[in-house]
Design a protein around this ligand. Structure first.
Ligand code: SF4
Length: 75
């Protein structure tokens, strides 16, 4: 399984700009205001990306696997 997309999903909650995602995996996440995924981020950093998603207190980090076209993690 390969991560093919990571994005800010504010469908249910808004990013609180807490910075937990950047602290968990700053190679991928930046929080200049709301979270952004760095241009050209290395999506093979699965452990760090999942750690960031798990650390997000409001569940606004979404991960797609294998171009599924949907949010696969967290679900
Ligand atoms: S951990 Fe979640 S709420 Fe905090 S800055 Fe990152 S995306 Fe936003």
């Amino acid at each position: 399984m390969a991560i093919t997309k990571v994005w800010l999903d504010e469908t249910e909650n808004e990013c609180t700009m807490c910075g937990a995602c950047e602290a968990a995996c700053d190679a991928v996440f930046q929080v200049p205001e709301k979270m952004i995924v760095r241009d050209g981020a290395d999506l093979s950093l699965e452990d760090g990306i999942k750690e960031a998603a798990d650390a997000c207190p409001v569940g606004t980090i979404a991960i797609e696997y294998n171009k599924s076209g949907k949010r696969d993690y967290p679900n």
